[in-house]
Design a protein around this ligand. Structure first.
Ligand code: ADP
Length: 312
């Protein structure tokens, strides 16, 4: 069982409009509402890969109930901490080939909420073999909050994959107990190191040799259509992918994390772990839904991913 954590899930609403009229009435016919948040994307893709997954995190109110309903409809097992505040809506207005987003920040958690979730998480750990933690922290929790979750996983010998950014990620990396894997994209990597990292092999290899990354088993830098650059223990790999027809790339990073988690759960060899993570990322870009793959196309793409080990 893989445990997928989302601390600030949302109801994602998409409003497709032929034209977006500012300061006027816009009527929408095809509204799409889904259970959103990076960790829920991860859970969905793991489920689509036919692996057991349990979605957890914090939610509340009628929107929280809606998220649970949606997860149950798609047969994603879930066990969230319920709070008295309402979960958030995130709105994407698709217009004129563009996407305008309106993102609520969501509830402000109390210290008690934070402690109650840690307790729930510790209980859930007993039945899982891998954990994924995705997305930003809700307001009210201190930026180092994820450290505790990583540490609890490590205490029980459970690998924890962390996919977050900014201060929340930095806090996890400077902690004594390291996450098992991280998957920043190039922008997040540059932000972390406080300098622009170029996508070339030398520059990436140098960046990942920074002491901030010491002790982390897997560091996967996803590079969109360019594939990924990966450090596994002392080895570096360049992963290249075929050109594909992209429908919607949103959530590809989450699908990549899902593939990584599933591959680790399956105890695959290093090369196959990398290929699996890239394939699920690519499959996500080929679907209209965010954080969703068609697993039937997995093998065909998997064979087209190429791995080059870099001599260090
Ligand atoms: P994030 O969503 O975290 O920014 P990326 O954009 O790097 O992550 O995408 C993650 C993975 O999804 C990539 O490594 C790749 O496998 C796949 N992917 C993303 N965008 C494309 C694209 N335009 N063409 C092909 N594959 C893509």
């Amino acid at each position: 069982m893989i445990l997928a954590v989302t601390m600030n899930p949302s109801v994602d609403i998409s409003y497709p409009l032929a034209e977006f009229k500012l300061d006027d009435v816009n009527r929408v016919e095809q509204v799409r509402k889904t259970a959103g948040g990076k960790g829920l994307n991860v859970a969905r893709v793991i489920r689509q890969m036919d692996e057991d997954v349990l979605a957890t995190g914090v939610l509340g109110g009628t929107l929280g109930d809606y998220i649970i309903q949606e997860l149950s409809k798609t047969e994603i097992a879930n066990d969230f901490l319920k709070i008295n505040q309402e979960s958030r809506n995130c709105i994407a207005i698709l217009h004129d080939g563009q996407q305008t987003e309106i993102l609520e920040s969501g509830p402000t958690l109390t210290e008690e909420n934070g402690a109650a979730f840690v307790k729930k998480y510790q209980e859930l750990l007993s039945g899982v073999s891998i954990v994924t933690i995705s997305g930003s922290l809700p307001k009210g929790l201190e930026p180092g909050y994820y450290r505790q979750l990583v540490e609890n996983g490590r205490e029980q010998g459970i690998p924890v994959i962390v996919d977050t950014s900014g201060e929340a990620l930095r806090q996890v990396l400077v902690h004594r107990v390291k996450p098992f894997a991280i998957k920043p994209n190039l922008t997040e990597l540059s932000q972390l190191l406080g300098q622009e990292v170029e996508p070339g092999i030398d520059s990436l290899q140098q960046a990942l040799s920074d002491e901030l990354f010491q002790g982390i088993e897997w560091i996967m830098i996803s590079l969109g259509s360019e594939g990924a650059f990966v450090k596994h223990r002392a080895d570096f790999y360049r992963v290249t992918i075929p050109a594909i027809e992209v429908v919607n790339p949103v959530g590809s990073g989450d699908a990549t994390v899902a593939g990584l988690a599933a591959a680790l759960k399956r105890n695959l060899p290093v090369v196959d772990v990398l290929k699996t993570a890239m394939t699920t990322g690519m499959l996500n870009t080929m679907e209209a839904g965010t954080g969703s793959i068609n697993y039937a196309n997995f093998s065909r793409l998997f064979e087209m991913v190429q791995i080059t080990k870099i001599n260090s």
